[in-house]
Every structure is written in C-alpha cells, then in structure tokens.
Design a protein around this ligand. Structure first.
Ligand SMILES: Nc1ncnc2c1ncn2[C@@H]1O[C@H](COP(=O)(O)OP(=O)(O)OP(=O)(O)O)[C@@H](O)[C@H]1O
Ligand SMILES: [Mg+2]
Length: 200
C-alpha cells in the first residue's frame, strides 16, 4: 500500500469516528434536552407553606376549612399540598388583612428602585449560576417579583429553571457575540440597562 493510500484510509477512519461521535452526542443531547422538555415545580407541604408565608400551619388549615383562598391538592394521606401559585394566591389573600402593607406581598413600593443582585467570583465553575438560581427561586417563593435573565451561552441558568436550553442558547450566543464585538445600538443599550446581570 502506498503512503497516499494509507493516509486516505486513516482520514476515512477518523472521519467515520468523528461522525459517529457527533451522532452519539446529538442523540444524547436530544434525549437529555428534548425540545419540549420542561420541569414542573414540586408542591409544598402545609408546614413548608406556613414557613414560607410566615404564618401558623393551624391558621392555614383554618383558612382551608373555611373555604378561603386556594384549594390545595390533597395527598393520599389527606395532607394538604400547596403549589407555588397557591402560595401566591394565599399571599394576596393575607395581604388584604395584613397589619402593615408588604407583610405578605413584599417588594417594591411606589418610588422604590429596582434591586439588582450580582453574584460574583472570578473563578469558573465555583457555583455562581447555582447560587443565582437558588437566590432567584427563594426570593420568588418569599413573594418577591424576580426576573432572572440568562445571557450565558452555556444556558445553565435556563436549564436549572426547567427549560430546554437549545433555543435560548442561540439567542444568548447571538447577544454576547454582538455585545462582545461592537457597541450595541442605542435602542439595545437602553433596553438592556434595567436588566443588568443576575447571573454569569
Ligand atoms: N454548593 C454546591 N455544592 C456542590 N456542588 C455545587 C454547589 N454549587 C454548585 N455546584 C456544582 O458545581 C458546578 C458548577 O456550578 P455553576 O455552574 O453554578 O458554577 P459557575 O460559577 O456558574 O460556572 P461558570 O464559571 O462555568 O459559569 C455545577 O455542577 C453545580 O451543580
Ligand atoms: Mg455560570
């Protein structure tokens, strides 16, 4: 076999292997992140709901028996299970009779500025996104209105929130590419300002 033939064979083998590997990676990604993949948040026990709302469990039980507020799901053991939406509905109900405004529905009042929280660490893979996601979810469960924006092409924040990152990843990549290579147009700059960064 001539040297050229041997090189040709080697190239064919390498190409076959790389195609096989690419197909395997694609199949694995498709099974892990199907386009319609979405997680749903678990329900909260009455004890957890009471802690998050800062009320007694017995008070929540009374509201339920009186037919006030949302109807939680009943487990097989006849335990009340509240969804995140139920918690929000309870907050709105409790706020109506709160001692002072914001006891149950915290957040910005007239004239308050938007609060921006940055999670920083110069080291990669040190838990910045994980911390941001937990912080965003915890604050949302405590009744705050939270906006988490994922501008990272890795899209791990998006995945942590239960959405398939495929489409978002492209959008983020486009955004970061544009912002990295040239100054964004004035319209994009002004619309980006209030967002700032909640995750990196
Ligand atoms: N407290 C923790 N305990 C154990 N593992 C953690 C903890 N926080 C994050 N991790 C894990 O560490 C890995 C990196 O976390 P994460 O993606 O949040 O880091 P990052 O700082 O955002 O990374 P990058 O610099 O790539 O954006 C993930 O696999 C995550 O599950
Ligand atoms: Mg990150």
């Amino acid at each position: 076999m001539s040297r050229d033939d041997a090189n040709g064979d080697l190239n064919t083998v390498i190409r076959e292997h790389s195609e096989w590997l690419a197909n395997q990676l694609h199949a694995q990604r498709a099974s892990l992140f199907p386009p319609d993949a979405a997680k749903t948040m678990r329900r909260f026990t009455s004890g957890e709901a009471a802690t998050l709302l800062d009320v007694n469990d017995s008070y929540l039980r009374k509201l339920h028996l009186d037919g006030k507020g949302p109807s939680p799901e009943m487990s097989s053991g006849n335990r009340r299970l509240y969804s995140a939406q139920d918690l929000q509905d309870l907050r709105e109900l409790l706020e109506k009779t709160a001692r002072k405004p914001g006891d149950y529905l915290p957040g910005r009042r007239e004239g308050d500025h938007l609060q921006i929280i940055g999670v920083m660490n110069f080291k990669g893979g040190s838990g910045k996104t994980t911390t941001s996601a937990h912080l965003a979810q915890r604050l949302a469960l405590k009744g705050y209105r939270v906006l988490a924006i994922d501008l990272d092409p890795q899209a791990s924040m998006t995945a942590l929130h239960g959405s398939s990152p495929n489409t978002t990843c492209k959008t983020a990549a486009r955004f970061t590419t544009r912002s990295a290579t040239r100054t964004p147009p004035r319209s994009a700059r002004s619309s980006a300002r209030p967002i700032s960064r909640i995750s990196t």
